[in-house]
Write a protein that binds this ligand. Structure first.
Ligand code: B16
Ligand code: MG
Length: 206
């Protein structure tokens, strides 16, 4: 019996991956190497600094921590410029209807995202008011597959793990939800999200 629903952001609520891609590609271009959409798949659900490490590994480049912080800052600046244009029309199919249906059933709703821009994105999509709790990249120390983000969301909702269901599109996120002792609905392909309890293609299916 689900008392709380915890949603990942990118890939579940909105496709921000395409804007992350444009920003990372621009940084790679400045550094002098190509960065493909296939490469970008490796960054989904991964924290900003870990994403940069993967990008630099693809380019075969090494930099100091200070240089990397400056690069991450630059990428984020560009990314924020792209997502400043977000609006409700970019909500993935079925999102608003499902969130409203959960609220009508009395299910508490939380966000559990790695992004430090999560609050800004929820505002842009005009759905911030539908969330009882928001746990994002500013509030957790350990990235998925560590369960911290979902445990923290569950605790703030005042619920027990077994009462919460996680909605995730990334393998590491599904693993995090299972490690937290929660039921996990995978959004994507069953071949990839093997550890999920159920896999659907999007919230419009529910
Ligand atoms: P930011 P999620 C993740 O969002 C993205 O999937 C990932 O590509 C991104 O690097 C990460 O957020 C951090 O985002 O740079 O905005 O802090 O899927 O956990 O909602
Ligand atoms: Mg995601």
């Amino acid at each position: 019996h689900m008392k709380g629903a915890i949603f990942d952001l990118d890939g579940v609520i909105v496709d921000t991956a395409k804007y992350h891609y444009l920003a990372w590609r621009s940084l790679a271009g400045e550094l002098g190497f190509p960065f493909t959409e296939q490469d970008n798949e490796r960054l989904k659900g991964v924290s900003r600094m870990r994403s940069l490490d993967i990008l630099l590994e693809i380019g075969g480049l090494e930099y100091s921590e200070a240089e990397k912080l400056a690069m991450a800052e630059k990428k984020n600046h560009l990314y924020v410029e792209y997502i400043s244009g977000l609006d409700e029309s970019e909500l993935l199919p079925g999102v608003r209807a499902y969130l409203n249906a959960l609220r009508a059933r009395g299910v508490a709703i939380a966000l559990g995202s790695a992004s430090k821009n999560a609050e800004f994105i929820l505002e842009k999509l005009n759905i911030a008011g539908l969330f009882d709790v928001v746990i994002d990249g500013n509030k957790v120390a350990r990235a998925k597959p560590d369960p911290e983000v979902f445990q923290s969301a569950c605790r703030e909702l005042g619920l027990e793990p077994q009462d919460c269901v996680v909605f995730e599109d990334a393998e590491a996120g599904v693993a995090a939800g299972k490690a937290a002792g929660m039921q996990v609905v995978g959004i994507g392909k069953p071949e990839v999200l093997k550890a999920a309890d159920l896999v659907i293609s999007g919230l419009h299916e529910l």
